[in-house]
Write a protein that binds this ligand. Sequence first.
Ligand SMILES: [Zn+2]
Length: 107
Amino acid sequence: MIIWGSGGDSVDFGVAETHHCETCEKERPYRLVLHYRYWGFYWVFNRVTKKQYAMICDICGRGWEIESSKIEPLLDTAPIPFMRRYGLAILGGIFAIFMVMAALEKH
Ligand SMILES: [Zn+2]
């Protein structure tokens, strides 16, 4: 039986900056948050299907989206677990190796 499915998770990087919040009408600490979704087999072999970074006011929860290309070079750790990013690619690699081995055994 092949099991596949999708899930979502978020990563909180903590307070990154302070900004004037339109809703609070005050200077507020803003958190950098990453929301992402992934899809894959057996909850292990996944790939990321959607990524969205946002700056969120720590008090009222409002904020704005940030393009990942602008923020990712500034982050020093990969925020998404390895197997959620590259698991599906690894599964493809394992499958390719088995195909080659099966092909070699026929000869
Ligand atoms: Zn606010």
